[in-house]
Design a protein around this ligand. Structure first.
Ligand SMILES: [Mg+2]
Length: 129
């Protein structure tokens, strides 16, 4: 069975590691990590992930710009992108959707079942039965 690839783009190392751990416990996903939008675009062009979890505020290239760039590529125009927004920043959520993100979830993530549902909405149920 081919595992689905999820690219996590997050500049905060702790958040990145937590997401890596949580995603691995959710199903048989292959998890890739990037720490800014530029790195994410380069990695995604090579590795062609099935879904991207994208922080918005990052150095070098932020998540809004990276998503806009991604949407201009043939391979990335329909790729599911879940934005990580700051808690209670409603403008960030709208800006994320305007930039082409498919969905969003607020950080810090308190309930990982919600993230799992969002991922499975795009990738299907990936748990081994
Ligand atoms: Mg950040």
């Amino acid at each position: 069975m081919n595992s689905k690839k999820i690219l996590v783009v997050e500049d905060n190392e702790d958040t990145r590691e937590i997401l890596l751990y949580r995603l691995r416990s959710m199903g048989s996903y292959e998890v890739l990590l990037a720490s800014n939008g530029k790195e994410a675009l380069e990695m995604a062009a090579r590795a062609r992930p099935d879904l991207i979890i994208m922080d918005l505020k990052m150095p070098v290239m932020d998540g809004w710009d990276a998503t806009k760039e991604l949407r201009r590529t043939e391979w990335g125009k329909d790729l599911p992108v879940i934005a990580l927004t700051a808690q209670a920043m409603e403008r960030d959520e709208q800006k994320a959707l305007d930039a082409g993100c498919s969905d969003y979830i607020a950080k810090p993530i308190l309930d990982y079942a919600i993230l799992r549902k969002k991922i499975e909405k795009f990738l299907g149920d990936n748990r081994q039965s």
